[in-house]
Design a protein around this ligand. Structure first.
Ligand SMILES: NC(=O)c1ccc[n+]([C@@H]2O[C@H](COP(=O)([O-])OP(=O)(O)OC[C@H]3O[C@@H](n4cnc5c(N)ncnc54)[C@H](O)[C@@H]3O)[C@@H](O)[C@H]2O)c1
Length: 440
């Protein structure tokens, strides 16, 4: 198949590269000339494990190209995927569809007859029909079909998720759209990964329902964690005891500083708006959002208590600022709430993160970037583990404690065992959903 991919972000680039690896002929296009220049030079503009090698292999095989020229990308394309951003619109919590609609308008002007226009971006229910209307209005002569194909990949494991998905969801209502989508995903179909064909609205809603459900699990365990701290229970044991029940499952039951990232915050907000607009308030999702905001605030209170109720003049070492490990994505990361609160309260903040610096320089002004965790911890009054990168799971705790002015650890990902931390020389250890440990 000849495929055009509009948008070369975390989803568009991974999808384009993986489709080319399926054997399709893929052209990726983006309005950001700097991204296209880097991609053309063989550089991957984001951090995603394994992506650079897979991209190089398919470029070398002549199946993958990059361009800033949409008409060139669309020439002869049998399918065009829209994989542009759908961030929260300022002010009202809606998904901002301006990039999707701009892409649709550009497709109307440049696509060839017979094209299937596929929305991969996460879009509110009804958007695919709006895209179809916009295409028909902008170019009444264009012969096209539409399909919805929401993406479920996780940053940090994106290639494996794309190549070995739990399921592929396709919303399509014509034989041609279904046939083209089946052909594109044939390598997965042959390996018996489930491909769910449905109508457009169901496909659109599956994506929001899935993300809201996962966010619900996280907010649920975070609320249970707060209760654990009050009643003296250990949230790790509670989560394990729950997760061993096959009906519940152990995934997404890790207590922490609240969910962040490019999807859960904006998708829960968008689902809440979709519910309100359709006179069916999504009460659970609305509460999940509230609990997540409270969770982040609760973390700040924890840190403040550990600093003697004031951050003023304190030196705080923060390990990890990306929203999760194995990505450089900082969008809506808990660090963006917690670090400014530290600085606003008068703390000096030293940060170490394996990939967060490039984005973080702009989004976390006022912090000092350190090459490694030991450097960050030098003379610190408090050490905070905010993102559980592997590098921070096996720290030499005694060395960390020795480097600090007052060795106190706030482990907001529950990476360590309280006894180990105290034995290494820390005077206090605070985590999430477990009682605080203090060296008497
Ligand atoms: N990031 C994830 O983990 C993830 C997972 C599943 C689904 N999604 C969804 O996929 C969509 C894309 O997310 P992302 O994280 O890849 O976004 P992103 O911001 O990383 O990338 C979007 C890209 O689209 C480009 N773009 C915008 N308008 C364009 C246009 N008119 N023509 C060409 N290029 C254009 C931008 O320059 C940017 O490079 C969103 O709807 C998101 O919700 C994301």
């Amino acid at each position: 198949m000849r495929i055009a991919m509009i948008g070369t972000g975390y989803v568009g680039l991974v999808s384009g590269v993986c489709f080319s690896d399926f054997g399709h002929d893929v052209v990726c296009v983006d309005t950001d000339p700097a991204k296209i220049a880097r991609l053309t030079a063989g550089e991957v503009p984001i951090y995603e494990p394994g992506l650079e090698a897979l991209m190089a292999r398919n470029v070398a095989a002549g199946r993958l190209r990059f361009t800033g020229d949409l008409a060139e990308a669309l020439a002869g394309a049998e399918a065009v995927f829209i994989a542009v951003g759908t961030p929260t619109r300022r002010g009202d919590g809606h998904a901002d569809l301006q990039y999707v609609m701009a892409a649709a308008d550009a497709i109307a002007r440049a696509a060839d007859d017979g094209v299937v226009v596929v929305t991969k971006s996460t879009v509110p229910v009804g958007t695919n029909r709006k895209v179809a209307e916009a295409l028909a209005a902008a170019n009444p002569d264009l012969d096209f079909d539409i399909a919805s194909n929401p993406e479920f990949l996780r940053e940090g494991a994106a290639i494996d998720d794309f190549m070995r998905p739990d399921r592929v969801v396709v919303g399509a209502e014509t034989d041609r759209a279904r046939a083209v989508m089946a052909e594109i995903y044939r390598p997965l179909f042959l390996r018996e990964f489930p491909i769910l064909m449905t109508d457009l609205e169901s496909a659109e809603l599956i994506k929001y329902a899935a993300n809201a459900f996962l966010a619900t699990k996280i907010s649920f365990i975070n609320e249970i964690a707060a209760l654990c701290e009050r009643v003296g229970a250990d949230v790790k044991d509670v989560a394990r005891g729950m997760g061993l029940d096959g009906r519940i499952g152990n995934k997404f039951l890790h207590a922490g500083p609240g969910y962040g990232g490019s999807c859960f915050p904006k998708d829960t907000r968008a689902l809440a708006r979709i519910g309100q607009e359709n006179a069916t308030p999504m009460q659970i999702t609305e509460t999940v959002i509230k609990v997540n905001d409270e969770t982040k605030r609760r973390m700040i209170d924890k840190l403040q208590a550990l600093c003697g109720d004031s951050f003023a003049g304190k030196k705080v070492a923060v390990l990890g600022v990306t929203f999760k490990p194995n990505t450089d994505d900082m969008r809506e990361a808990p660090s963006l709430t917690i670090v400014p609160a530290l600085i606003g309260g008068g703390a000096q903040v030293r940060v170490s993160d394996p990939q967060g610096r490039r984005e973080g320089v702009a989004s976390l002004p006022g912090v000092t970037w350190c090459d490694d965790p030991y450097d960050a911890a030098r003379d610190a009054d408090l050490l905070v583990i905010l993102t559980e990168w592997n590098e921070f799971r096996g720290l030499d705790l005694a060395r960390m404690a020795a480097a600090m002015a007052t060795p106190r650890l706030a482990d907001l990902r529950n990476v360590y065992a309280p006894d180990d931390v105290l034995r290494a020389g820390f005077e206090a250890y605070v985590s999430v959903g477990r009682i605080d440990a203090v060296n008497s």
